[in-house]
Design a protein around this ligand. Structure first.
Ligand code: FES
Ligand SMILES: [Fe+2]
Length: 465
């Protein structure tokens, strides 16, 4: 076997600048059972991870579970402004307190207390034990501490609930920086679920997530989109996290694009190409990555503007009329400066398993998680959030949806078509190790750089010219 690329991760640290160089890293992180086992010790219990959205538990007693590896966490609302999180295990003999129904990706419901199904120990929403059957048998050795549910850190950002099993972890706000500050203008907390779907893939959780970390694949995977726009993208690390976006080197272009998703598209008449791009995205990305308001306002551009209107004026008019349309139905747009829009780019990776593709009033998001102990399988979840008029938010729940174009739209189905094939391909003895694009795939290499720190496996290695 002729391996021309050194597959050993090197222990020396890589700088942000190094990520712009040609790098490689081995496939161990995707394929190895030992690596997946090690993630259970070194990664998942140490990091903040998104467990759900605040809107899922609006009232006191509402709870959800979040399952990761062998751990299950209960997040419960204990009051109008307070959430608490616990390990989902009874301190008596270890029964799971709340069971995830067969075929579901989590448990949810409403409780005034948690009663263990085995011997009836009972816990208040605050996690304290309120009942032990025949407590006197322990001769005074049971106390508040050893009978309470084991606590987990919980905090909120952008309407997302994050948990951390490491009670000594840095605060969430610090963990998310600088991503949180850059994204805060979008006010994700004002958005609500539009739809949420999940599926099980025959690939590692990283293989699935990385399929959404770079627009470099558009030219090879979503060829139909090429008639509507250009997708050459920069990518950049931001600490643990990373971003990609359309070309940042031309500030004039960035202004014209207003946001990297809300842009003119490709074609001689920007009135038409703007609509074509928006309509194409809306219909093939499962009614996400733009909004009905934006599509409808784009459709009117040919009637509202004379032929020959320059692209930047078309965009300006389009966004102003979409903003007015939304205002008329009670949807307020956040104030985002062109500089903030430009810095926020197109799509974020929030370490380790969350992705957000944001727009002014919407976002398309992904989360992937290991499936059992199998490094070749993962739970993949995707959801759209959007601003809705108060009281008109759709009622949604997690829906298991087979990975078809019918259920997910053509674009996501095309992405899904790569999952198992990448996982299989990486096992080939003819595969020399990854060759990520030094300009467009820095999000991916940064992910492996940061992952290596948690896992103690070192950083990607520089290729020799
Ligand atoms: S295991 Fe929960 S009461 Fe016994
Ligand atoms: Fe894609």
């Amino acid at each position: 076997m002729n391996k021309t690329v050194n597959l050993e991760m090197q222990q020396s640290a890589l700088s942000d600048q190094d990520l712009a160089e040609a790098l490689t890293y081995p496939v161990t992180a995707f394929l190895s059972r030992e690596y997946a086992e090690a993630e259970k010790e070194k990664l998942w219990p140490k990091i903040w991870q998104m467990a759900g959205r605040v809107e899922e538990i609006p009232e006191t007693g509402d709870f959800i579970t979040y399952e990761i590896g062998d751990d299950s966490i209960i997040v419960v609302r204990t009051g109008p402004d307070t959430l608490k999180a616990y390990h989902n295990v009874c301190p008596h003999r270890g029964r799971r307190l709340v069971s995830t129904p067969e075929g579901a990706n989590h448990a949810c419901g409403k409780k005034s207390r948690f009663v263990c199904g085995f011997h009836g120990w009972t816990f208040g929403l605050d996690g304290k034990n309120t009942y032990v059957h025949d407590k006197q048998d322990w001769k005074g050795c049971l106390n508040e501490e050893n009978t309470a549910l084991a606590p987990v850190l919980v905090d909120i950002w952008g309407g997302w609930i994050f948990i951390n099993m490491d009670l000594d972890a840095v605060p969430l706000a610090e963990y998310l920086e600088p991503a949180a500050s850059i994204l805060n203008p979008f006010q994700f907390d004002k958005m609500r679920y539009k739809w949420r779907q999940w599926v099980i893939f025959d690939c590692n959780w990283k293989t699935a997530l990385e399929a959404f970390m770079e627009p470099y694949h558009v030219a090879g995977t979503h060829t139909q989109l090429l008639t509507h726009g250009d997708y050459y993208a920069y990518s950049a690390p931001y600490g643990l996290h990373g971003v990609s976006g359309f070309d940042q080197r031309d500030p004039d272009l960035m202004m014209k694009q207003a946001s990297t998703i809300t842009r003119a598209g490709k074609g001689a008449d920007p009135r038409i190409s703007t609509y074509n791009l928006q309509n194409e995205i809306y219909t093939t990305v499962n009614n996400a990555s733009t909004t009905e308001t934006l599509v409808n306002a784009a459709k009117r551009l040919v009637d509202e503007l004379p032929e020959g209107t320059p692209a930047d004026e078309v965009i300006k008019h389009w966004l102003a009329s979409a903003k007015a349309d939304d205002a008329a139905r009670g949807v307020e747009w956040p104030t985002i400066t062109p500089e903030q829009m430009s810095q926020a780019g197109l799509a974020w990776h929030i370490f380790p398993n969350m992705a957000v593709l944001q727009g002014i009033t919407f976002a398309l998001c992904y989360r992937s998680r290991p499936y059992g102990d199998n490094p070749d399988k993962c739970i993949f979840e995707s959801y759209a959030i959007e601003r809705f008029p108060a009281g008109q938010e759709p009622k949604t729940e997690w829906v298991y949806a087979e990975a078809t174009a019918e259920k997910w739209g053509m674009v996501l189905a095309q992405d899904f078509g790569n999952m198992a094939e990448v996982q299989k391909g990486m096992k080939s003895r003819g595969f020399r190790g990854t060759l990520p694009n030094p300009h467009q795939e820095q999000k991916v290499t940064n992910f492996h750089r940061q992952l290596g720190k948690y896992m103690g496996t070192g950083a990607p290695v520089k290729l020799k010219p």
